[in-house]
Ligand binder design. Structure first.
Ligand code: HEC
Ligand code: HEC
Length: 353
């Protein structure tokens, strides 16, 4: 019963979205009927997706090929590391418990793995926003010597040795389709833009679903969150899609300048992508270098340890005034952003062909 209400409400939501955003029509099925539990929808109140679905329409075959590639260690030089090695679904597609990601030959990266979530709404990728299109993003990890350390041409050669892959590329992109770099990237993009999370307790309360309500602490936490955090972690995506300096002490070891490494502007020094906070409970440790092990440490940072510097966001120059109970309430609220249906959605997980 509850489930049918949920489906009905998605139908209505999608329909409204359709009338509102004519270029994003659910009538044009982005996932085929057979796979209807994974339909890409624009939940009520969400903005129009940034990703252009017209240019690379998501199909069941394309999505399944992308998923297979995402989980295939063949994409690394010695066939040991897949995208999923660092992006684990049950921890919000992050490398849980690793402050800095670990890649090929056990090598350590320089940043904490970012979640892959609601990427159809992301304008920029990576902590420094160095990539603005998800269809080229995989080239970063594929060619990074401490991640997968290979080249797209080498991957194509390996894929071409597999009859199974040859068939799958034709099924996804047409009977004439050969295995090309462009199709590898398009398939990966189809999978990644389908990774959507919008069924947390927070979402259910916002949708006024029967039988779901915030407790006293969560409700107070939401008020505090809206006052102190939402200017950057803006609902409903919990990011304003920008780059900010949130007052972390500069790391003397990694010396990561963030956005400035891309723009070369002094004014962008120490600014990093504002990450979404959806499923934040499970994607520890936190920040671009994974410096905080838990949410208590994160909230302590905002309440007591904002480091002043010329690029510190003006939103934080006066600090954040939170007492002990406030801090606990904010954490209680953050935990309502955990979406168990998403974290355990079997459709996103590759098992076999
Ligand atoms: C060795 C671990 C590792 C592997 C393997 C890896 N990633 Fe990542 N991924 C990361 C890290 C670390 C970041 C953040 C990097 C940065 O900001 O410089 C990231 C960032 C991303 C992002 C950006 C998310 C956002 O919202 O900005 C996407 C998308 C992504 N990876 C997809 C992939 C794909 C696709 C593959 C496989 C082709 C892959 N990753 C392989 C560690 C990894
Ligand atoms: C001025 C903008 C801004 C404000 C206000 C802000 N944040 Fe952030 N937040 C950021 C940025 C930027 C990052 C990433 C910083 C980094 O890693 O260098 C971040 C990171 C985080 C993270 C870690 C996310 C991850 O995936 O590692 C959490 C949790 C968080 N913020 C919670 C909060 C809470 C709770 C508040 C309110 C008390 C808040 N933020 C207020 C900009 C902001």
């Amino acid at each position: 019963m509850k489930r049918s209400i949920l489906y009905l409400s998605f139908f209505v939501v999608t329909l409204c979205g359709c009338m509102f955003f004519s270029s994003f029509t659910p009538g044009k099925v982005l996932m085929s009927e057979k796979n209807d539990t994974l339909k890409i929808v624009v939940p009520k109140g969400w903005p129009k997706p940034v990703y252009d679905f017209e240019k690379n329409p998501v199909t069941t075959n394309g999505f399944e090929l992308g998923r297979k590639l995402f989980f295939d260690p063949l994409l690394s030089k010695d066939s040991t590391i897949s995208c999923a090695s660092c992006h684990l679904q049950f921890t919000n597609f992050t490398h849980v418990d690793h402050a800095l990601s670990h890649g090929i030959y056990g090598k350590k990266g320089t940043r904490n793995t970012l979640a892959i979530i609601n990427t159809a709404w992301s304008k920029n990728f990576m902590w420094d926003g160095g990539i603005n299109n998800i269809e080229v993003q995989p080239l970063g990890p594929i060619e990074n010597p401490v991640e997968m350390d290979t080249k797209l041409v080498d991957i194509i050669a390996k894929l071409n040795r597999s009859k199974n892959y040859k068939t799958k590329f034709k099924n996804a992109f047409g009977s004439e389709a050969e295995i090309t770099g462009q199709f590898v990237l398009k398939a990966l993009a189809q999978y990644m833009v389908s990774i959507q999370s919008y069924n947390s307790k927070y979402d259910k309360v916002m949708r006024k679903e029967p039988g779901v309500a915030f407790n006293e602490y969560e409700a107070k936490g939401l008020v505090l969150f809206r006052k102190n955090c939402a200017s950057c972690h803006t609902e409903p995506l919990f990011t304003n899609n920008s780059f900010e300096n949130n007052g972390l002490r500069p790391d003397s070891l990694l010396r990561d300048a963030g956005r400035a490494t891309i723009t070369r502007l002094k004014t962008d020094s120490l600014k990093f992508k504002v990450p979404s906070l959806r499923n934040i409970e499970v994607s520890y440790p936190y920040m671009h270098d994974g410096r905080f092990r838990n949410l208590q440490m994160v909230v302590f940072h905002y309440a007591h340890d904002i480091s002043k510097s010329p690029t510190l966001s003006p939103k934080l120059t006066n600090g954040v005034n939170l007492n002990e109970q406030d801090k606990n309430n904010i954490i209680a609220f953050l935990k309502t952003l955990t979406d168990e249906e998403f974290l355990h959605n079997a459709k996103l997980y590759y098992t076999k062909d």
